[in-house]
Design a protein around this ligand. Sequence first.
Ligand SMILES: [Ca+2]
Ligand SMILES: [Ca+2]
Length: 183
Amino acid sequence: MVGELLSRKLRRGFQALDTNEDGTLDVQDFEAAGRRFVDALGIDVQQPEARAVIDGWVQLWRDVIAPMDQDHDNQVSFEEFSSALTQRIGADPDSYNRYLGPLVDATLSTADRARKGWLTPDEFQLLYQTMFRLSDHATRSAFAHLDADSDGRLTLAELRQAIAEFWGTDDESARGNWLFGPL
Ligand SMILES: [Ca+2]
Ligand SMILES: [Ca+2]
């Protein structure tokens, strides 16, 4: 049984991934998210850097999300999504980093244009607003909470930890609860 906090996070996470807001997840949500992001950065989609991001998001769909499609309609409903994740949570606390690690690395190294190893609030905002269509308010509060040492730099390590906490814990005090802003 999943606690109330985790239920809210699953709903919030599903909404963030449903980037065309039609109430279900399919391959187009993931491909379009990657494309909007590289388009906003002005990177040609044929560039290897752009392909790594777009292909990474399509691969997330294919390897992680699509297998949740129980009724084989090529879409993952919230019920399918939450039932699959609920079964996995607790079974393998590190699974999110294992599945998401390479994708997070490719996406963040593209977002970090100067290759400095961390994101500024502006870089984070561009990433979140193009990919997940998060509001200014949600983006700003996510950054403020995820930046663990409040130095205005969101490092890869901070973001990876937040992702694992968002999907994997029912702890009210976990910083990663703020991955997609207020719940
Ligand atoms: Ca959708
Ligand atoms: Ca389905």
